[in-house]
Design a protein around this ligand. Structure first.
Ligand code: F6P
Length: 320
């Protein structure tokens, strides 16, 4: 193995830069040439690629986003698109590829390997934290901290005005951000797409809190559940409480990565290089009980991670 490619794909996640830095520096440490592919799979198709050196990843470990930029590429889901990318594999003489991204990016890497044989290693990076093969994805910890920070600020104004706040958070079809941030932020109710909910229950919890003198209430709603605005209207109609809705949106994905994400990115990045050098063909990295693991990127392995019911129940008990 002499030359590897590296790209970030899908939604950006804080800590991706730490992973890029680790792949480049660990690769160079072992005498590899590392080619950075810009704009994810879109740049792979276009040949928007350039050699990276130690200096090209200087001063990036603490920066959010991704210096390689990213994209969601429809073209790569087509045979024609992947054929164009394979021409760039030849042109840049790549012998392996590191894909930093979420489940969609992993699926693209799996298909590309099966069609063209290029060894691929996936590094899980998505604020959604919804990949079954790992307990932690790069970016999740920062996103949760961003949400808790926002909840803490909202709590001040919620208390002052004696209001109920709905905070809608990201996560696509998963509720990990909502659950962890709701627990850490002391939310009264947490609504996630993995589990059924009833507005009646939510309202009863609110009324119970009100009767024992609570000045405010916070309800965290994962975007996969539905519109926070609609849920807010329904709660207001049923309880008569002054109810406001905040949709946090892309602010959750930005900012300086936490130390946890910088460390995770560094460990995942270095491990990816080792796996390619060990001759692995189609694997992804994971973190399980604090240890780095590898798992096969088979078509049935790339699946959503299940929610931790113990954490969910605990959040319910503590927010009575
Ligand atoms: O997958 C990460 C994520 O931030 C999801 O939580 C969210 O639903 C989606 O990306 C938003 O995508 P975009 O940035 O393309 O609007």
């Amino acid at each position: 193995m002499q030359r590897i490619g590296l790209l970030t794909s899908g939604g950006d996640a804080p800590g991706m830069n730490a992973a890029i830095r680790a792949v480049v520096r660990k690769g160079i440490y072992h005498g590899l040439e590392v080619t950075g592919i810009m704009r994810g799979l879109a740049g792979f198709i276009d040949g928007d690629m350039q050699p990276m050196n130690i200096g090209s990843v200087a001063d990036i470990i603490h920066r959010g986003g991704t210096i390689l930029r990213t994209a969601r590429s429809d073209a790569f889901t087509t045979r024609e698109g992947r054929a164009m990318a394979s021409e760039n594999v030849e042109r840049f003489r790549l012998q392996g590829l590191v894909v930093i991204g979420g489940d969609g990016s992993f699926e693209a890497a799996r298909v590309f390997h099966e069609e063209y044989g290029l060894p691929v290693v996936g590094i899980p990076a998505t604020i959604d934290n919804d990949i079954a093969g790992t307990e932690a994805c790069i970016g999740f910890d920062t996103a949760v901290n961003n949400v808790v920070d926002a909840i803490t600020k909202i709590r001040d104004t919620a208390t002052s005005h004696e209001r109920t706040f709905i905070v809608e958070v990201m996560g696509r079809n998963s509720g990990f951000i909502a659950l962890q941030a709701g627990l850490a932020g002391g939310a009264e109710s947490i609504l996630i797409p993995e589990l059924p909910y009833s507005v009646d229950d939510v309202c009863q919890r609110l009324m119970r809190g009100y009767r024992r003198g609570k000045l405010h209430s916070l309800i965290v709603v994962a975007e996969g559940v539905g519109s926070g605005i609609d849920i807010g209207k329904e709660i207001k109609a049923r309880t008569g409480f002054d109810t406001k809705v905040t949709i946090l949106g892309h602010i959750q994905r930005g900012g300086t990565p936490t130390a946890v994400d910088c460390i995770l990115g560094s460990r995942f990045g270095a491990k990816a290089v080792e796996l390619l050098m060990d001759g692995k063909k189609k694997v992804a990295i994971g973190l399980v009980s604090g240890n780095l693991v590898q798992w096969n990127l088979g078509n049935t392995n790339i699946k959503p991670r299940e929610i931790d019911m113990e954490v969910y129940r605990l959040a319910g008990i503590l927010s009575i």
